[in-house]
Design a protein around this ligand. Sequence first.
Ligand code: FRU
Length: 758
Amino acid sequence: MSEWRQKLHIEPPQGWLNDPNGLCFYSGKYHVYFQYAPDSASGGGRKCWGHMESPDLLSWEYTGIVMEPDIPEDSNGVYSGCAVVDEGKLHIFYTGNVKKPGDYDYINEGREANQIHVVTDDPRVLNGKNIILRNPDYPDYCSCHVRDPKVWIEDGVWKMVLGARTRDSKGLVLYYEGDGPENFKFVKTYEVPDFGYMWECPDLFFVEGRSFLGLSPQGLPHEEFINQNVYSSGYFKLNEDKLSDFEEFDHGFDFYAPQTFETPDGRRLLIGWMGIGDIPYSNPTTELGWQHCLTLPRVLSVADDGGICQNPIDELVNLRSSRIRCAAGQKTELTLPCDIVIRDQDFTRASFGGFEITVGDGAAVLKFVEGKGWGYGRDIRRVRIGQFNDMRIILDTSSVEIYINGGRFVLSSRFYPDADVTFECDAKATVYMLGDKPMKLVAIGEALIDFIPDKTGCSFDQVTAFAPKLGGAPANVCGAFSRLTGKSAILTKLGKDPFGDKILKELGEAGIDTSDVIQTDEANTALAFVSLEENGNRTFSFYRNPSADMLLKDSEIRDDMFEDIFALHFCSVSLGDFPMKDAHRRAIEKARAKGALISFDPNLRFPLWKTEEDLRAAVKEFIPKADILKLSDEEIEFITGKTDIKDAADELFEQGVKLIVYTRGKDGAMLMTRNASGQAEGVAAKAVDTTGAGDAYIGSLLWYLKSIGVTVKDLPELTEDELTQGAAFANRYCAVTITKPGAIPSYPSLQEFKNIYK
Ligand code: FRU
């Protein structure tokens, strides 16, 4: 049943996968290596490293086998290890496994464990294996089992932990230090009494300034609520050298050998193997030629009690393509993958057909329904959670990951349905359908150079120098959306001139897709010179007579520009009597046909129009085409003839607008639909530069709507709570942007934003 092929999770193309290895971000991409037995779905034969890479942690490309046993020191397996980036080089460390032929116990004799180092600047090519430690180098109480190096650099010192088994079968961690990647010296051990016979895959890592030692111990006694699996995997809190309170990372059936790494934006992510060796249950894909997958990347944080919370990475919400709000008791047929959120405190039970999740008496339970056969031998797993607060469930085609109480407790499992997966729950829940690609924001209109004055508080003629900065409201809106982890693309025309090149380059650097931007020699790139007087009055001088952006033609707007589209955004600057206006009409038509939200921010620029009436007429023509309309307190009267937003709103709803975004500068903002509204007070912030603030507002609001899976039909149904949250989210985002100069350069990433509002 190829339906068991996962859509979101890393899987081997064929054969067997186990531990994640070498997790890192290097030369602009995320890399995940993995333990790979390509020749056998049951894990036999060559044990290699496979390689996957991704620009966004969502879509993964398999690039092939990058290391296989080809030296005497790794003849029986290129075992687990890690990656470290230092001075532009990628350093790989792994264990070369050797099983000598003969009659050995393979614990204290007959096995070699070699720690091996490889340096590269191409993550797809790992050549030049250099042995840095061999069995005689380990402390003499060690058995032959010493493996799984995890290396990091702290204050210039290279540090390494290795998992080990002593000659009398106690698990422990060996800790090394060195002044480079190839001269590690043994320093000390980490150990606790009576805690299994072998510790695999150690990982010493830091979250929010606290230290943890992760490991996968073997040989722990199995209890009703803890260590239910054949082998365990969890972490100790690390205080100086003391290990305290071992806790499992995951309480489901399928989780082992996780590894963590740090992203460029400072997040600590964890990926585990969604599988375990020597399990008493099975995976039917083995008969089809492949077995196992990795978990989704999870972001780690520290809970109030000092334990670790794991949550799916924020990027995942970009895949939410639609949603169903389920009432208690309602049965829903699921299309997988999907993402379910339950916040209703009445929750006690959710059933999926072949398995169910229940909470009660301070515990959560994952149970396969007897007789249905979805578990292939899996039966029941339990975890103590205290009081229930919330639950998020990510279902892929054949896996479930359950995050409880803000991710403080997690259960992961494979399941193999032979019938539709349904969802029935005794509490309210929201089901988000997940697409296989992030849905994107497309903006059409001008991208130009804003010339920013060297001094403000003076009239235009007193400015002595102007600095060129990327500008244009549609470009900025894309910028905000992309900074928040979303995908965006801009449709515009630029001159074949150095300013056009500069814009293209900077849009790309801001993560905006420019593949449909056209460069022309019919006209130059648009320029706008700005001054700012003491009283706040801005003077604009535009060089657009015409400029390239005005010349984008409707015939240049193609269907394929709107694949995987979430929303189309536009403004009024490009609605004058030139070809770009028709391009807008065509783009709106095509985007709407793809089910996109249409978002319009008039963003009035009077100097661009012959008469005010022309501008008003253009705005009025396009309002009925919009689902979302942004108005500022300065624009409402000009556009609607009304001074009160409530009066104006009724008329706008009549014309088909579904969501009004009413911004009042430092006084906050209001979101209104026909049925509900939500307000957010202004956020106090010291304004350094408000350029692009309104664009940050609508860009971040669109991303918020995306993150909660909203489509056109959901707009009128947005709740007061959602409108309030949306208004507050965009308000805060906008407030951060005005504290720094420039538009896109002042937009924080989602992680920076979260850190500010922690
Ligand atoms: C954990 C593990 C590691 C070893 C690797 C071999 O699952 O046993 O200790 O390096 O798998 O594939």
